[in-house]
Design a protein around this ligand. Sequence first.
Ligand SMILES: NC(=O)c1ccc[n+]([C@@H]2O[C@H](COP(=O)([O-])OP(=O)(O)OC[C@H]3O[C@@H](n4cnc5c(N)ncnc54)[C@H](OP(=O)(O)O)[C@@H]3O)[C@@H](O)[C@H]2O)c1
Length: 286
Amino acid sequence: MQTRTLGPVTVSAIGLGGMPMSIEGRPDEAQSVRTIHAALDAGVTLIDTADAYHMNAGETGHNERLIAKALASYPGDASDVLVATKGGHLRPGDGSWTVDGSPVHLREAAEASLKALGVDAIGLYQFHRPDPKVPYAESIGAIKELLDAGKIRVAGISNASIEQIDLARSILGEGNLASVQNQFSPAFRSSEGELEHCAAAGIAFLPWSPLGGIGRAGQLGRRHAAFGEIATAHGVSPQQVTLAWMLAKAPVVIPIPGASRPESIIDSAQAPELTLTGEELAGLDA
Ligand SMILES: NC(=O)c1ccc[n+]([C@@H]2O[C@H](COP(=O)([O-])OP(=O)(O)OC[C@H]3O[C@@H](n4cnc5c(N)ncnc54)[C@H](OP(=O)(O)O)[C@@H]3O)[C@@H](O)[C@H]2O)c1
């Protein structure tokens, strides 16, 4: 597995997104653990999660606990795995997603994530989504406090504009904004500006829902014919072509495809081995 840089940490070029294993439609725990173990077997050393990846009220941290359990039961060495979690989103249990970016909530959420993950310091802590009711600088100030207190090792943000990226950089201090996680896929390309901004600044860019999201990822080759055609030509899946196309955009790009089955992440983890020609990449960009 090729590696890339996320702040001071070296991680696999493809990460595993944990969300499908904890929200609506999630599999049983044994299948999720098999999926996480398959990712580790394939060389994945970045797992993305969030306290809000759960379904029902009262089970905040479901996905964090699942990942901690799978890492603990992995028969190999999982000591170099970076678990990236997030705070600032909530799920009341009625299917909706709400936000709370207040410093008081972020401090409490980080403490709960430390417990759920069973660690002394969170590997990468990402502010999940701007809260319109709270000035962005206040939310990021809380992340800076967590960093200074050693509760989190590395800081990141998610769903951020270029202005918010620059504000976070200035508040966190030189070199302390390690990653930006924004939606980016063949169907959703409007965050290309943030991707380029991160590339210029040497900040890791983690595309979320890179395959179009849960329930749509399987139809990628049909929905986006160019990806399907190149996949056929190379004898690989359209999902692999998509991830290879993203990886080729800049060395800071680290996609985090979700999975709830081992087969999905085993296939996705092979994307760094796929080299697309300049002509193919230009065709996919069009
Ligand atoms: N920051 C944010 O606001 C935010 C928002 C959404 C998601 N995320 C993060 O981003 C991650 C990825 O996004 P996502 O899970 O929403 O969507 P996604 O990665 O676009 O799609 C996930 C689905 O793709 C399928 N899949 C994965 N690899 C495949 C392959 N090689 N071939 C065929 N199907 C494949 C999986 O199917 P199976 O389930 O059958 O394995 C999975 O359900 C999430 O898990 C989460 O960690 C962050």
